[in-house]
Design a protein around this ligand. Structure first.
Ligand SMILES: Cc1cc2nc3c(=O)[nH]c(=O)nc-3n(C[C@H](O)[C@H](O)[C@H](O)COP(=O)(O)OP(=O)(O)OC[C@H]3O[C@@H](n4cnc5c(N)ncnc54)[C@H](O)[C@@H]3O)c2cc1C
Length: 521
């Protein structure tokens, strides 16, 4: 059932499980819970359409490096950011979970092998195939082997969800559901704790008319996205002085994204070979795949660098963008409420993503020139954090203040990875890379070059103990018996992989722990 809280007569709701947020994670949980036999309430602040007044709730002040994703990299609507995301699928790698003595504050309390059993089901949820990301896809696309020295570079494909707007698949199922109600225009405004502060006793909701409602649930799972989970926990400070789950003082700390940078260009000597190895492609059923390169685990250790990946973006003439696609781009940015400067600065990066989509849909001339794009892991740092502003939203909740910063290791990773790719390109017979001059600059200047990539991680850190994190290894908030957070905000470190696939695997693992996982892949 799907219900608009703006027109609800009921004021109090009871359920077994309350999932808050209907983005990628909320929909994945809702989908699995459809067959759980439990009564489920899926709460969503937004409605069916993107609305400026909802998006305003995400307004943030920025005090560190530019961080456009706070405003235009998340969407407050049914389906959350998946209404506008790319849908690129790639799991984190085994080394990403390990403690690395050359990476500050690294190490998850769980291993890759704890999550990998849920990848097949996460793939089914996103509509992707069950092939592995390297050997299976290489042979599918007639590529004999990794063209590089496999001690230095990995070569693999990421996948794209064929139906990235997940609402189109899962809302019809929820509309029909008997045990699940999706309640929209339902804004979580307060988490009420029991007298002993050891469990959540109620949630306060407000609709768009500012009327109050209350929810009582056995289990509450917060799925508000990488930034908003943190804001809500910090803002609930009336019963817990520094916010819920913040005994460690680390709530909001270690903000990470995937710093993104264009590092150089490649003029193809042999366009046909370049197309074979570096162009995005679709299979017969229309599923998209993008070739990527990353540094091997052994090489990361040898060079003492972070994880990082790169891909080649073919340069096509601008005239290929249709008027309609241009209008779409501008609308997308405008709805996020960006300034004219933000719009123009972001136009170029969106253009790149748009070209990849476009490429899958129409035949374009073979590209002669490519841009080498890089996204790196970010070393967790206490100097990169989320806190609360003095300003409040229309529900009286403090707005978010974001201070995003990188460490010098990000820059040394870019430089060493660039060197490695150049060496391997020449060895493999590909054309030489012409690096941009700004690679010669110092880290202090270079940090301003990084763009955020709308992957918000780290600020409700998963940890083995309450002294060093916010949630335990099952994503349960320390000190509370029935409150969970599922989001990339729990990632202690984020590798280079787009985070959503791994986050969905975390959600499915939680259901398994709660003995609520029903569907096999
Ligand atoms: C343009 C773009 C491209 C992207 N491309 C990729 C990609 O290719 N691959 C990838 O892995 N990731 C990508 N991402 C990131 C990806 O979209 C997010 O990682 C993912 O959506 C996170 O899912 P989530 O459920 O945690 O949060 P969200 O999808 O943000 O959902 C959170 C939900 O919570 C709701 N909510 C928030 N606050 C409240 C409240 N107080 N009360 C009730 N409800 C509330 C929101 O309205 C929203 O529906 C992209 C993001 C953008 C913007």
């Amino acid at each position: 059932m799907i219900v608009d809280l703006n027109s609800s007569k009921a004021r109090d709701f009871n359920c077994d499980i309350c999932v808050v947020g209907s983005g990628a994670v909320g929909l994945a949980l809702g989908w699995q819970l459809l067959s759980s036999g439990k009564s489920v309430l899926l709460l969503e602040s937004g409605g069916y359409e993107h609305e400026l007044r909802e998006q305003e709730l995400y307004r943030s002040s920025i005090t560190g490096l530019s961080f456009y994703g706070a405003q235009i990299g998340r969407f407050r609507v049914i389906g959350g950011s998946t209404t506008r995301w790319g849908g690129q699928i790639l799991p984190l790698e085994p080394l990403d979970f390990q403690k690395r003595d050359w990476v500050e504050a690294s190490g998850w309390p769980i291993a890759y092998s704890d999550l990998s059993p849920y990848f097949a089901l996460a793939s089914s949820f996103l509509g992707s195939d069950q092939l592995n990301f390297d050997t299976d896809l290489l042979s599918r696309f007639d590529i004999a082997a990794n063209p590089f020295d496999q001690n230095d570079l990995n070569y693999f494909f990421s996948k794209w969800s064929p139906h990235p707007d997940l609402r189109t698949v899962y809302l019809p199922l929820m509309q029909e559901a008997e045990n699940l109600t999706l309640l929209y225009h339902a804004n979580l405004t307060r988490i009420g704790l029991s007298e002993t502060h050891e469990s959540v006793s109620f949630l306060e909701l407000k609709n768009q008319e500012l009327q109050s409602f209350s929810v009582q649930a056995e289990i509450v799972i917060l799925c508000l996205g990488g930034i908003e989970n943190t804001r809500v926990l910090l803002a609930n400070d009336s019963q817990k002085k520094h916010g819920i789950g913040n005994e460690s003082g680390l709530l909001g700390k270690y903000l990470q994204d995937h710093p993104f940078l264009k590092v150089g260009t490649v003029n193809a000597r042999d366009p046909k070979t370049m197309e074979k190895y570096f162009h995005a492609r679709r299979d017969e059923s229309g599923r998209g795949y993008t070739p990527r390169i990353s540094i091997t685990a052994a090489k990361q250790k040898e060079l003492a660098v972070l994880n990082a990946s790169a891909y080649l973006e073919p340069e096509y003439p601008l005239k290929l963008l249709t008027k309609c696609q241009l209008a779409n781009l501008l609308r997308r940015v405008k709805e996020g409420g960006g300034s004219a400067r933000q719009i123009s600065e972001h136009f170029q990066s969106l253009l790149g993503a748009e070209m990849q989509l476009l490429f899958g849909k129409m035949r374009v001339p073979r590209s002669q020139q490519y841009t080498l794009c890089m996204m790196t892991e970010q070393e967790p740092s206490l100097n990169s954090f989320i806190s609360l502003s003095d300003k409040r939203d229309r529900y009286g909740i403090p707005l978010t203040k974001i201070h995003w910063d990188t460490t010098e290791k990000t820059w040394s990773t870019v430089l060493k990875f660039s060197e490695l790719i150049q060496k391997q390109f020449l060895k493999a017979g590909f054309s030489e890379i012409q690096f941009f001059d700004y690679l010669k600059t110092s880290y202090q200047n270079a940090r301003y070059l990084f763009q955020d990539f709308y992957h918000h991680m780290g600020t409700t850190r998963m940890s083995a103990s309450a002294e060093t994190g916010i949630v335990d290894q099952d994503s349960k908030v320390f000190g509370l018996s029935n409150l969970y957070v599922i989001s990339s905000s729990v990632f202690p470190t984020g590798g280079h992989s787009n985070p959503t696939f791994t986050t969905i695997a975390l959600a499915l693992r939680l259901l398994d722990k709660l003995e609520l996982l029903k569907q096999e892949s």
